[in-house]
Design a binder for this molecule. Structure first.
Ligand SMILES: Nc1ncnc2c1ncn2[C@@H]1O[C@H](COP(=O)(O)OP(=O)(O)OP(=O)(O)O)[C@@H](O)[C@H]1O
Ligand SMILES: [Mg+2]
Ligand SMILES: [Zn+2]
Length: 450
């Protein structure tokens, strides 16, 4: 006997309730509950009589050596060295950011059979994009379908090594009465795809949209189910795109991949420092260079500040690519510890290139760029500024100092200002870059702004 009931599920966190709720008690979001149909099967369970396969750990075979490499270095690195057979990867990102482009470019580079399943676009739209991206591949198969049973049948008959599902929000299982895009459908489709990936020992890349709030649309539960979650970010008016691993059962989550979007597709940015600094004007006040660590890679970045008098009592503070609260704290430190009058000024802060950084090591550059704009004097353009700024106006030590210095040196900078505490035990002996330790913010400002 099967019974049909109604449940309400929070679309953000997957919390279940028997009645509709305005506010989710689990994640505190409003109006996230949607109605879902639940089928219950009152089947009798009896003791299992089949064979069970238990093995010693030494007898198990790993999948590491069988990783599917795309040859797109920025993608392979974020995945932890390519796709692992038997795993499911969720690729999230805002609408129009380039998810389908990335998936298709990766598919075309792989030397194995790939099945690209599209539920969003017609095959002629896929053909148009493929032509624009100049994709040519003998192993690249396309299926325009949204019924998961048909998709699974296609996987079983084609035996691809990689399957791309674009997107999970369009897929449905016929047995369920819920419409595509509902939490139950997304969850059930994903769980069936997980099963298929394990059973056929293939990789499945699932594309998913992200809502404004930054969650993968549908339940957050999805993120717990899959093996790896990678997120494609960027600002639509910038060509740069950043790929981040949010979760990875088979690799580090620190790595990022940087791409640039062109008419003929995404290209890898292998020398991000050079690219991010290429548009810099060295003679302008309010600009400072810092070295941030993204994943395992150091990246030189330009911090830009613009300080203007506020005529209306209520000064504006705007931060792009940097934490707003952190900016407020640093402004208070600049005012109190370095005596800069900022409370009557508007402050606009920007990370050039559209990147987002939340690393305290860039504090010193943020503070110096603001001071530079306020005084309308240039920060020495051959200097890189590294250090966290404390509430007392002290410059605190940061990690990976050697990597940061080496990157600055590689790009031809002559001087680097680092926290004094980092000087002890420093393992760089360089002749081409001058390393100076600073103790306080005021000392740094006086040293680099002339
Ligand atoms: N003719 C073109 N020239 C340059 N860039 C283009 C062109 N057509 C598309 N693009 C770029 O590709 C992006 C769309 O890429 P894509 O369709 O892969 O994104 P998506 O994340 O899959 O979007 P969706 O959420 O709609 O599925 C556009 O935002 C634009 O940046
Ligand atoms: Mg798409
Ligand atoms: Zn919730």
């Amino acid at each position: 006997m099967s019974k049909t009931r109604i449940k309400y599920i929070c679309s953000t966190c997957g919390y279940e309730s028997l009645r509709w709720l305005g506010k989710c008690p689990e994640c505190d979001n409003w109006n996230t509950f949607t109605e879902e149909i639940i089928e219950t099967n009152n089947k009798k369970v009896s003791a299992y009589k089949g064979t069970i396969n238990i093995k010693k750990i030494d007898e198990l075979e790993g999948a590491e050596k069988n990783r599917i490499i795309t040859g797109i270095g920025e993608l392979d690195r974020v995945l932890g060295g390519g796709f692992i057979p038997g795993s499911v990867i969720l690729l999230g990102g805002d609408p129009g950011i380039g998810k389908s482009t990335l998936a298709m470019q990766a598919a075309s580079k792989i030397n194995h059979t790939v099945l690209y399943v599209t539920g969003e676009e017609s095959t002629s739209q896929i053909k148009t994009r493929a032509a624009r991206l100049k994709i040519k591949s003998d192993n690249f198969y396309v299926l325009s379908e949204t019924d998961l049973n048909i998709i699974i049948a296609a996987i079983n008959s084609l035996s691809p090594s990689l399957v791309i599902i674009d997107s999970i929000q369009t897929m449905y299982r016929n047995e369920l009465d819920n419409s595509p895009g509902t939490i139950t459908q997304i969850r059930e489709c994903t769980s069936q795809l997980m099963e298929t990936a394990k059973k056929n020992n293939i990789s499945i890349l699932i594309v998913g949209h992200v809502t404004k709030e930054g969650f993968i649309a549908g339940p957050k539960v999805l993120e717990h189910m899959v093996d790896t979650v990678i997120q494609f970010e960027g600002e639509s008016h910038h060509a740069f795109r950043i790929l981040r691993a949010q979760k990875n059962r088979f690799g580090s989550t620190n790595e990022i991949g940087i791409f640039e979007m062109h008419e003929d597709g995404l290209t890898e940015v292998k020398n991000p420092s050079e690219v991010f600094l290429s548009e810099r004007d060295k003679e302008i006040s309010g600009s400072a260079i810092t070295a941030s660590i993204e994943g395992t890679r150091p990246i030189l970045l330009e911090v830009q500040a613009l300080v203007t008098p506020s005529n209306f009592g209520n000064p504006q503070r705007v931060a792009t690519g940097f934490d707003y609260r952190r900016l407020s704290i640093l402004l208070a430190v600049l005012e109190k510890r370095s005596g800069l009058r900022l409370s009557a000024n508007n402050v606009f802060l920007n990370m050039a290139g559209g990147v987002k950084i939340d690393e305290p090591a860039i504090d010193l550059a943020v503070c110096c760029s603001i001071a530079s704009s306020l005084m309308d004097k240039v920060v020495n353009s051959k200097t890189v500024l590294i250090g966290e700024v404390g509430l007392g106006g002290e410059v605190r030590s940061v990690g990976h100092i050697e990597k940061r210095i080496q990157e600055a040196e590689k790009l031809g900078f002559e001087k680097v200002l680092i926290p004094l505490n980092n000087i002890k035990g420093l393992k760089v002996n360089s002749s081409s870059i001058k390393i100076t330790g600073v103790e306080s913010l005021t000392e740094a400002i006086n040293g680099v702004i002339k």
